[in-house]
Design a protein around this ligand. Sequence first.
Ligand code: SAM
Length: 232
Amino acid sequence: MRRPAIRLEDERRWGDLRAEMVERQLRGRGIRAPEVLAAMGRVPRERFVDPGMLSLAYDDRALGIGGGQTISQPYIVARMTEALELPRWRVDHGDETPKVLDVGTGSGYQAAILEAMGAEVTSMERDADLAEEARQRFANLGLRIVVIVGDGSAGYPDAAPYAAIVVGAAAPAIPDPLPDQLALGGRLVAPVGRREHQWLTLVERTVEGFRREELEPCVFVPLIGRFGFAEA
Ligand code: SAM
């Protein structure tokens, strides 16, 4: 069914769609952290989708953003963000701003959600065109997010250690260099498994070492790089 077009400037309509997404797709499916629900309710997803897909911006699914890449489904962005437990980091670290590495900038939506959570975000993208588009979006929205073009499967040691690392593309295993770039108490979330389907996997750096937990099944596009998959 074809939906009536909404103009990008029609903030009220977008606000209503965003509020409905938060209720149905997020709270309705178990996302509880108030900071995550608030961030997802604030960031204008319509500004991160392809203009030709504007009417689908708040649908319960991933959408194409060009070059065979996608902006992830809202629920999975919320689930990954919640698993990073950034509010707990602040409590445990005297309100210190958490530094977060976002691997796979794509549209920049996940990075924008992390920024809305009060994080200092460095985002890595291997595709220079997508990286430039995301930089433009961040500039238009007044978001201070650093975008680095490069292979995020090796992380970004220059800005480490991180309170959190989120990987927005599927890897065959947790990329070797990433856990070591976490600060003590830091958390990493990544889809790990085969090209066709994966498990959302959490790694936490504790005084005893690294604790690993599988959260739920998921499907992501592949992380292509030295510690990811080979280019097909
Ligand atoms: N987080 C993104 C968003 O909010 O729109 C969605 C990420 S998209 C599902 C996966 C992205 O990872 C693609 O843009 C792809 O080019 C990028 N990617 C794949 N392998 C990468 C690598 N080794 N380093 C950095 N980015 C990579």
